[in-house]
Write a protein that binds this ligand. Structure first.
Ligand SMILES: [Zn+2]
Length: 255
């Protein structure tokens, strides 16, 4: 026995189709897009917009991971300065060249990269997957030990594990790519208490790298900035891709 609501399937579909047809006819008679205002107009546009990708409301350029690079001293001062025997080279020039090359390489690899000045207004509340500030150490002769690079993370890091991962990745990959030694002995308060660390959003993992000593590492820093940049990029990629990295015992693990 059939109950009244058990009409044949085809009948129900036909009825639905007819209802939709009548509704559409009603809607489109004398219809003009200008008639739609506010919410209704937005909903209509959403319906008409083809959906491709995860979230059509966010442009593709905004979905790329963001990285911040600070060119140390840029826009503020010269940083360390070399003597005449080393062409009066200023740290800021060297930092900028490296930072620019890092930015270009990361863009090529699909990241969104902000190249920033030392006291860039964008640092205030800055949000990104990582922020790396690039500096170099003195251009005066200290001793034969004054060679190599240093890395330090933000003391006030929101997530110390992530901060340690970033410093481990930078130290390991930078050392491998450039062949420069890690110079643990001279991590200063200028590095661990670096001003930008307090300005950025606490969720942004940040580190500062001194890519070398301008005096002892002058040749590689000024003649092969591409190699230096490659080392920094490899460290950042290691971090954002959560590649495995050996814990480095020489890391300046700040409390
Ligand atoms: Zn500096």
């Amino acid at each position: 026995m059939k109950r009244p609501q058990d009409r044949p399937r085809s009948g129900r579909i036909l009825q639905t189709t007819l209802s939709v047809a009548i509704l559409l006819a009603t809607l489109f008679t004398g219809f003009s897009p200008k008639m739609l205002t506010g919410d209704l107009s937005d909903k209509f546009n959403l319906l008409l917009t083809p959906r491709s990708g995860a979230n059509p409301a966010i442009p593709a350029s905004e979905r790329r991971l963001r990285i911040g690079i600070v060119a140390g001293h840029w826009g503020h001062d010269s940083g360390a300065v070399c003597g005449t025997e080393l062409n009066n080279t200023e740290e800021v020039e060297v930092n900028y060249k490296i930072a620019y090359l890092v930015q270009q390489e990361l863009i090529t690899q699909g990241f969104q990269v902000d190249l920033m000045q030392e006291f860039d207004p964008r640092l205030n509340g800055y949000q990104a997957a990582a922020l790396v500030s690039i500096h170099n150490d003195s251009c005066t002769y200290v001793n034969e030990e004054a060679t190599g690079f240093k890395v330090a993370a933000a003391q006030s890091s929101h997530d110390p594990n992530l901060a340690n991962r970033l410093t481990a990745c930078l130290s390991d990959r930078y050392g491998r790519v450039t062949g420069l030694p890690f110079h643990a002995g001279s991590i200063t308060n200028d590095m661990t208490g670096y001003h930008a660390f307090d300005e950025i959003d606490a969720r942004t993992t940040a580190a500062i790298i001194e890519t070398g000593f301008l005096y002892r590492n002058y040749d590689i820093l000024t003649q092969h900035p591409d190699l230096i940049a490659k080392g920094v990029v490899a460290g950042i990629i290691c971090f954002v891709n959560t590649e495995s990295v050996e814990p480095t015992h020489l890391l300046p693990l700040t409390p």
